[in-house]
Design a protein around this ligand. Structure first.
Ligand SMILES: O=C(O)C1=C[C@@H](OP(=O)(O)O)[C@@H](O)[C@H](O)C1
Ligand SMILES: C=C(OP(=O)(O)O)C(=O)O
Length: 428
């Protein structure tokens, strides 16, 4: 679908309640399914990715009731999962397929997994290799590299694995397998990635040991059902943080946003660039910290973003690139090769689409260089089916001097179905 976006907006003012965190919503269903008893979830994200996770676990025999953002999962432990009679369709969701492979690797049955045309291009050996080493039998297209993937789980042996890339999905898949393995499983990360899986193991009464970049679990633990209140998604809030910073005379407040330190790179980077961003009313929402965020328009300066900062803001790089087009000076983003294996190659799509609107931006092997101070003009842009690219372009349009049309706008409902209604609330 093609849509005409709103351009030349004078100011954004108001308050938003940001929908639930996508990573935590996926995990709430998965942990609810492998725990014993009735897990209840509130503020669940009803984005398409999380609905795919619910659909897959129903096919694995789990009873799940969902009404809007309330979910109930009747868990019967790992042993309660049954062989699915149909393929498991993960839609557009990398988190669903990779974490689910971790769970299935210890189950004594066969399952086949597939997703959409974007999932078909995303690398799976990063999870299938370590899970095979632990004892699962996995195959897939092109010698196991891509979907469709088939898996027959089995008796797993714990091991120690050094992650070749900073990936919370791979870390989580191995930990979920480790919970079913003989002995101890240890994952060593190159940089700290989001730790929602580790936090959730504890929330469900399990044990996990974390020592710097080393995470270990012992197999055979029994997890107990609990209540999960999902905090607002900082990756969704990021679009309005940037919008509030670059649309003149704006002031936007977002309530109850998750501020887990493994996710707050966007806050650190915006403050370093000179954004007027205020973090208040900090509290702890069960296992995860939350806060209210207020952004007002300010002048910004270019910076370098690299190293351990990258995993802390990996999904925010498209919107940070837009922010950088409005800063004084140059912003350099390095060490972000992982962007090439997301819903699209996000180095290429960000650079190509922002160029169409007049940005001065170039791709590098591991990131991009953005020269600030660009006046954006109108044009026809495309999300290429990538929700974060679609939302970044909708925010770019707010400061464009002419009409911007967006192709494949529907991708946005993967992570933020109410994105346009929230945006319109701030415009009016
Ligand atoms: O574990 C998770 O919930 C996620 C981890 C990240 O992916 P990688 O692990 O591939 O970096 C992130 O990009 C994705 O949106 C969600
Ligand atoms: C990369 C993302 O998600 P996933 O890997 O779950 O598809 C994302 O939401 O930006």
């Amino acid at each position: 679908m093609t849509t005409v976006l709103t351009s030349q907006v004078k100011r954004l003012v108001g308050e938003l309640s940001i929908p639930g965190d996508k990573s935590i919503s996926h995990r709430s269903v998965m942990f609810g399914a492998i725990a014993h008893g009735k897990t209840t979830v509130s503020n669940f994200l009803t984005g398409e990715d999380c609905l795919s996770t619910i659909a897959c676990f129903r096919k694995l025999g789990v009873t799940i009731h969902q009404h809007e953002d309330k979910v109930e999962i009747i868990g019967k432990g790992f042993d309660g999962l049954v062989e699915p009679t149909e393929r498991l369709d993960v839609g557009n969701s990398g988190t669903t397929i990779r974490l689910m492979l971790g769970i299935l690797s210890g189950r004594p049955f066969y399952a086949a997994l597939e997703g959409d045309s974007s999932i078909a291009k995303r690398p799976m050996t990063r999870v299938t290799n370590p899970l095979s080493q632990m004892g699962a039998v996995i195959d897939g297209r092109e010698n196991g590299k891509f979907t469709p993937i088939s898996i027959r789980g089995g008796n797993l042996e714990g091991f120690t694995y050094e992650l070749p890339m900073a990936s919370a999905q791979v870390k989580s898949a191995i930990i979920l397998a480790g919970l079913q393995a003989n002995g101890t499983t240890t994952v060593i990360e190159p940089s700290k990635t989001r730790d929602h899986t580790e936090r959730m193991i504890r929330q469900f009464g399990g044990e996990v040991s974390v020592d710097g970049l080393k995470v270990s679990v012992t197999g055979g633990q029994t997890l107990q059902a609990t209540h999960v209140h999902v905090p607002g998604d900082i990756s969704s809030a990021a679009f309005f943080l940037v919008a509030g910073a670059i649309v003149p005379n704006s002031e936007v407040t977002m309530r109850n946003v998750g501020i887990n330190p493994s996710r707050t790179g966007i806050i650190d980077v915006m403050l370093q660039m000179g954004a007027s961003l205020h973090v208040s009313e900090e509290g702890k929402d069960a296992a995860e910290p939350v806060a209210d965020l207020t952004i007002t328009t300010s002048s910004l300066k270019g910076i370098t973003i690299e190293g351990d900062m990258i995993p802390r803001l990996i999904d925010e790089i498209p919107i940070i690139a837009l922010l950088a087009t409005q800063a004084n000076g140059t912003t350099v983003i390095k060490d972000a090769e992982e962007l090439k294996v997301k819903e699209t190659n996000r180095i290429d799509t960000v650079v190509n689409e922002l160029k169409k609107l007049g940005a001065s931006i170039e791709a590098t092997d591991d990131g991009m260089i953005i020269h600030g101070g660009s006046k954006l003009h109108g044009g026809q842009v495309n999300s290429y089916g990538d929700h974060r690219i679609g939302m970044m372009l909708a925010i770019a349009s707010l400061i464009s001097s002419e009409e911007v049309t967006l192709e494949n706008e529907e991708a946005i409902s993967v992570s933020y179905p109410m994105f346009f209604s929230h945006l319109n609330k701030l415009i009016n």
